[in-house]
Ligand binder design. Structure first.
Ligand code: NDP
Length: 249
């Protein structure tokens, strides 16, 4: 019997990159997976690419995680249809490189980054946690943070705008949630996974990286860290994993 048979995992940002690989790996480990993203067609393609025996446990669902009402509705649907989530992998995110924070007319970029990387965590964690608490399950919330949630990178031109600030906010929120979950008398765990650069669509100029011989992680490396955290026994809570490509400082 597979380890996580009959358990339900929700993965946000599952249409590509880390989220897509994580959704597939969770399925292989026995979970039923609700895969959320805005691009439903990519979710359906991902489902089609799965081995046939896994497809029926993969549930693609269109959801813009910056839309508070849509998130609420989606988690209500998850509870109705599957009895609620045991695991949330909060992964959806956006990044901007090369537009300075101090440059004029970039309010839209900043607002979208904060909405996607910070407010969506508020919406999704709130729904997942309150459902876990109500159902008295020992749930687990894994947040895909970033090494940039711990340090602002040195760049000689074109900064990363408000992205590091958005992930610093996430770092602080995770510790706040950890206290709240314990104070509420629950055994819900929360884990922050902070990767360095990962080879996904999020990273601009992937070709230049490769040409320069700069090391990147693969989405699978992040997924393996998620599985490690999920696999710890009930008395162990992984707070934070920082994973970087070999050679990175
Ligand atoms: P990708 O660009 O490959 O994937 C991002 C995912 O987020 C997509 O599935 C996208 O789906 C989804 N997404 C974005 N906005 C929304 C939204 N409003 N509503 C729903 N889904 C949304 O990036 P990665 O896989 O690299 O990134 C995943 C996470 O990892 C992010 O939180 C990122 O900050 C973090 N990270 C990435 C690193 C890297 O170097 N790649 C390094 C450190 C952390 P869709 O567009 O279909 O909605």
């Amino acid at each position: 019997m597979e380890r996580w048979q009959d358990k339900v995992a929700v993965v946000t940002g599952a249409s590509c990159g880390i989220g897509a690989v994580t959704a597939a790996k969770l399925l292989q480990n026995g979970f039923s997976v609700v895969a959320l993203a805005r691009r439903e067609e990519r979710l359906l393609e991902n489902q089609e690419a799965l081995p046939e025996n896994l497809r029926s446990r993969y549930h693609p669902k269109k959801c813009d995680v910056t839309d508070e009402k849509a998130v609420k509705k989606t988690f209500a649907w998850i509870e109705d249809r599957f009895g609620g989530a045991d695991v949330l992998v909060n992964n959806a995110g956006v990044m901007t490189v090369g537009v300075d924070l101090s440059s004029p007319d970039n309010t839209d970029i900043m607002r979208n980054t904060i909405e996607t990387n910070v407010m969506s965590v508020v919406y999704c964690v709130r729904e997942a946690f309150n459902s876990m608490k109500k159902r008295n399950v020992d749930g687990h919330i894994v947040i895909i943070n970033s090494e940039l949630g711990h340090k602002v990178p040195m760049m000689t031109s074109g900064s990363m705008n408000i992205y590091p600030a958005s992930k610093f906010a996430v770092t602080a929120m995770i510790e706040t949630y950890r206290q709240e979950f314990a104070n509420a008398g629950t055994k819900v765990k929360i884990t922050s996974i902070s990767p360095g650069g990962v080879e996904t669509e999020l990273v601009p100029n992937l070709g230049l990286y490769r040409e320069a011989g700069l090391a990147l992680l693969y989405p699978e490396d992040v997924t393996n860290a998620i599985l490690y955290a999920l696999g710890t026994p009930p008395h162990v809570q992984v707070h934070e994993l920082i994973i970087k490509p070999m050679g990175a400082k």
